[in-house]
Design a protein around this ligand. Structure first.
Ligand SMILES: *Cc1c(COP(=O)(O)O)cnc(C)c1O
Length: 973
């Protein structure tokens, strides 16, 4: 390290030595280390480790150089493998202003709608785009990927279908990765799958166990994985006759030319929006989508944006029908999805906004012409196609072994799909050129396209301008109706207009680039620019997840390093980075536990104990893993009630599969009894799942594996610096002890032998072998630049900051739970219920008033109603912590003024918060407090004010008048 370069950890951690000294003095500790060692129970302190598994911290320059090295080990090829994943041009205006813009990528999930109007508008554009293109009434604001969306569609059909059948019929031409995922997920909940070759005359009912059965649902791939375009309306009608539902997995680009699933009678459409400008990223992150017909909207998984109105009756967006979600419904939830893919959904929606319907149609037409031209050239040379009805993908019967063609193509940098020994798949996309087509034709051994350089490229290229798109596709499938008619898809064609639209939206939002987001349980820490850099490099972004091993060695090396580091810091033996959110890591971990019990002949072990304080995803994931949830009580200190736990363990001894416990708890305390808890479960033959989302309180001081954990998920989008993106992406790796490793998720397309039928034999939980690999450089860089010491320092600084806030605010708001020594972990729960009793001011009022003070509210009413959970993280400096303290105390005093009768209970700065610029500019100001008090309650706001664009938004109104697509422009007049 040159002396000019500061240690990265000192850039990442907001408080310097002097600030920490001040904070420690206030707490009465002489060093940060002593404070943390006092907070973390002595019984679980890790013995200091002298591992070399994690290298010494790199500087930012060194980390970037190493990443360049890894990148150079990947080969930027031309991926033409298809299977739902395509190369795409990300419009530069979107790459720069969304993907690489902290105003978008550092935002949180829009639970506080008043400060999230920009991303909520982008998401309602996304919903409108999906709903228009699929021809269905309501679309949600993204799914984790196409294959998990199909699974959610199957589960939706099971809930909504009137059929009593447990059979789900799967199109033989569905994507292979989707079929693999369906097997994992259907098996866990007792659904039987039957594969039917619908495109080749397969019909309903289907045969299952020697009997004819009517399935409760069917999955149809449109166009098929093989590229075939066929009319599925007959199958759709047939499944409806017996009360089943039809789910169509559709390609959105194809839908600009082909009849929509809705118009063909589908109940549900699912798929991915990847090819709408979202880089491949070796499998993700991309936004999956789901749309449903009218009547099924309450069955939708995931987040849904709706139109509501604010306190002045102006239209405003907010999340709709939230009571469906796992954090409310827990084990009765219909899905465990929490973090989804908001940033990528924003990108895809902006691709549609920028290109508009005519632009999308032109891109699709071009793509179809390219496929047609290539097919024509190959046919001329006597080759035959499996089907002549296609959009962008052809399957070619090869004269010799198909591998020869694939190898020839690879020698020129083209990746084709090996369908079988005599068939090759080729998919074209918006980036494919006439020269690319020529190279592919050459790979099939055509004589006149010998690739010898020279000056006759033009002649050899395969021109496609005059090709007839969809020449072989059924005439009835031509799309006639209009889509994307809303003005938003017609008014941002110039780059200037687009840039300004993106700026207008992000200006409405509050993200980490404005100030602290002290959200308990969410760990909104710095997402450093150096960590983000490599995400945009083509060596990482333009890589197909099913590319051959030799082309992705840089990725594999990076993944293996990161796995080793995560195993080391958690005390586990094996790590899978495949799950693309915390919820999916939970599911993978629970499925591993289940697989382990089954392999031991103990398939009666199906009970999962979950403390009442657990995150909602825990219970929802357990149900999806086919386990029965039994809730364990918590005592008045917020700890697991040991007696209740012992009683439940005893009661369910023979059926006990697992305990899921969060450490430190969601109450923000380190439970003293954790070792007793884990051994009680082990003694009864159960496994211990430690939810690792709160690892930021422990990293470097203790390890889940040493606490008795058998398996955990981590949230790289919390502890390991991946930005939240306004509600995704995320990565939820699952880490386990050696005895569970064989049951971790494998993947049929994994480039690693140990993951494709080797060590990891569990079924996949994500569409791609390495999940959202495209954002792993972020966490890799974080660990690489922090080193063991920096990671430990970050934990200490986070715990110090939380305890400092608790100490500064304790006299004004009781801190609900602390450990024996009065300390909290990395977050603290402020109890606002006494304030409500005393003054009538609610936790909602305080949260909204914080907006007037320039803050994102802490986590509201989770895990305890009427409270705020504050997690400052290590990245905030003392000035920002003090600004928060000042705001909270000032708000308390405002509440006391209400109680004292200074302001009426129904007209005061709290109940009226937040205040917009328009509200104080009104001619008449009738409130009993000044305009200045409304918007500048502390002087520092005068120069640095964040102005919310709307007043407080009404939840109930939006749910009553459910509108989940772009409202008419006049509504905002
Ligand atoms: C965030 C969180 C989860 C869920 O993670 P997602 O990535 O949102 O699915 C689970 N458990 C706890 C304790 C969490 O804080």
């Amino acid at each position: 390290m040159t002396s000019a370069q500061r240690r990265f950890a000192d850039r990442h951690i907001g408080t310097d030595a002097a600030a920490q000294r001040t904070m420690l003095d206030a707490l009465g500790y002489d060093s940060v280390d002593h404070l943390v060692r006092a907070a973390v129970p002595a019984s679980i302190h890790s013995t200091p480790r002298t591992t070399t598994d994690i290298p010494r911290a790199a500087t930012e320059a060194e980390a970037l150089a190493e990443l360049r090295g890894l990148a150079s080990m990947n080969r930027v090829a031309r991926p033409m493998i298809g299977l739902g994943l395509y190369d795409t041009f990300t419009p530069s205006v979107i790459a720069r202003n969304v993907l690489e813009n902290p105003s978008w990528y550092t935002a949180y999930t829009p639970y506080q709608p008043e400060i999230s109007q920009g991303r909520l508008e982008a998401l309602i554009n996304f919903q409108t785009m999906v709903s228009d293109l699929t021809g269905l009434d309501t679309a949600n604001a993204s799914m984790l990927d196409e294959s998990t969306a199909v699974v959610e569609g199957m589960l939706l059909a099971r809930r909504a279908s009137k059929s009593a059948s447990n059979v789900f019929a799967v199109d033989a031409d569905a994507l292979p990765q989707t079929k693999a995922l369906l097997r994992t997920r259907a098996g866990a909940v007792g659904i039987a799958l039957v594969e039917v070759d619908f495109a080749n005359g397969g019909v309903l009912p289907v045969e299952a166990d020697g009997e004819q059965v009517e399935p409760f649902g069917v999955l149809l791939q449109y166009p098929g994985a093989s590229g075939r375009v066929w009319d599925p309306s007959g199958v759709i009608d047939a499944v409806h006759v017996s009360g089943g539902l039809a789910i169509v997995a559709a390609d959105l680009l194809a839908l600009t030319l082909l009849r929509s699933p809705g118009s063909l009678g589908a109940d549900v459409a699912v798929g991915t929006t990847q090819r709408f400008g979202v880089p491949l990223g070796f499998g993700g992150p991309h936004a999956g989508y789901m749309a449903v017909r009218q009547g099924l909207e309450r069955q939708l998984p995931g987040r849904l944006v709706g139109v509501s109105q604010d306190a002045e009756g102006h239209p405003a967006y907010r999340l709709a029908l939230q009571t469906r979600e796992q954090h409310i419904r827990r084990e009765k939830a219909t899905s465990n999805i929490c973090t989804s893919q908001v940033l990528l959904a924003v990108m895809a929606s902006m691709y549609a906004v920028y290109h508009g319907p005519e632009g999308l149609r032109a891109i699709a037409t071009d793509v179809a012409k390219k496929a047609e031209a290539l097919a024509g050239r190959l046919r001329e040379y006597g080759l035959s196609l499996v089907s002549d009805s296609f959009f962008d993908t052809i399957r070619v019967v090869t004269p010799g072994p198909s591998k020869r063609v694939i190898d020839r193509a690879r020698s020129r940098g083209y990746q084709l799909f090996w369908a079988d020994d005599a068939t090759v798949g080729v998919s074209v996309d918006e980036t494919t050129t006439a020269d690319d087509l020529a190279a592919v034709a050459w790979a099939f051994g055509l004589p006149d396209v010998e690739f010898d350089g020279g000056g006759e490229e033009g002649q050899r290229a395969v021109p496609f301008d005059d090709a007839v798109p969809l020449a072989g596709a059924p005439e009835v499938l031509r799309r006639e109706d209009e889509y994307l008619t809303h003005p938003v898809f017609h008014t941002h064609r110039s780059e200037t207009a687009m840039m300004r639209y993106l700026r207008t939206l992000s200006d409405r939002d509050y993200a980490l680039d404005r100030g602290m987001i002290p959200l308990g349980s969410c760990t909104m820490k710095l997402n450093a620019a150096t960590e983000m850099a490599a995400v945009s490099w083509p060596e990482f972004s333009r890589v197909h997840p099913f590319a051959p091993e030799a082309d992705v060695r840089g990725y594999l090396a990076m993944i293996e390093q990161l796995e080793t580091w995560l195993a080391e810091v958690t005390g586990y033996d094996a790590v899978s980075l495949q799950p693309n959110a915390g919820s999916q890591g939970e599911l993978a971990g629970l499925l591993a536990i289940r697989g382990y019990h089954d392999a031991n002949g103990e398939s009666e072990r199906r009970v999962c104990l979950i403390p009442s304080s657990a995150h909602g995803t825990n219970a929802a994931s357990a149900v999806l893993a086919g386990l029965r949830v039994v809730v364990v009580a918590c005592d008045d200190q917020g700890n697991v009630d040991l007696d209740d736990l012992r009683g439940k363990v005893e009661e369910h001894r023979d059926e006990l599969a697992a305990l899921m416990i969060t450490y430190p708890s969601t109450h923000g305390v380190y439970e003293l009894d954790v070792l007793e808890i884990t051994s009680a479960v082990h003694d009864a033959g159960g496994q211990v799942y430690v939810d690792g989302a709160n690892l930021n309180a422990l990293l470097g001081y203790s390890r889940f594996g040493d606490l008795g954990g058998d398996v955990s998920h981590l949230n790289l989008h919390k502890t390991f610096a991946i930005p939240h993106g306004g509600g995704g992406p995320g990565v939820g790796p699952v880490a386990a002890k050696a005895h569970l490793a064989p049951y971790l998720p494998g993947h049929p397309f994994s480039q690693r032998k140990d993951h494709a039928g080797g060590v990891f034999q569990g079924g996949p939980v994500s569409a791609a072998p390495h999940g959202s690999a495209g954002i792993l450089p972020i966490s890799w860089a974080y660990v690489r630049m922090m080193g063991t010491e920096g990671l430990t320092d970050a934990t200490a600084a986070a715990v110090l900051a939380a305890n400092y806030l608790a100490a500064r605010l304790r006299d004004h708001f009781p801190v609900l739970y602390t450990g024996d020594n009065g300390l909290v972990a990395h977050e603290c729960i402020l109890d606002l219920r006494p304030l409500k009793e005393q003054t009538g001011v609610t936790v909602d009022d305080v949260a909204k008033r914080l907006i007037d003070y320039g803050f994102h509210a802490p986590t509201m009413s989770f895990p305890v109603a009427g409270t705020l959970m504050v997690e400052p993280t290590e990245s905030e400096d003392l000035g920002e912590l003090e600004r928060f303290v000042e705001a909270m105390i000032a708000i308390k005093n405002e509440a006391l003024a209400v109680a004292a009768g200074e302001w009426p209970k129904d007209d005061n700065p709290l109940v009226n918060a937040p205040h917009t610029a328009a509200s104080i500019a009104a001619d008449e100001w009738t409130h009993p407090y000044s305009r200045e008090r409304a918007v500048f309650p502390v002087p520092s706001l005068v120069r640095g004010k964040y102005w919310p664009p709307v007043r407080r938004i009404d939840q109930a109104w939006g749910d009553r008048n459910l509108v989940c697509a772009c409202p008419p422009i006049e509504a905002f007049a």
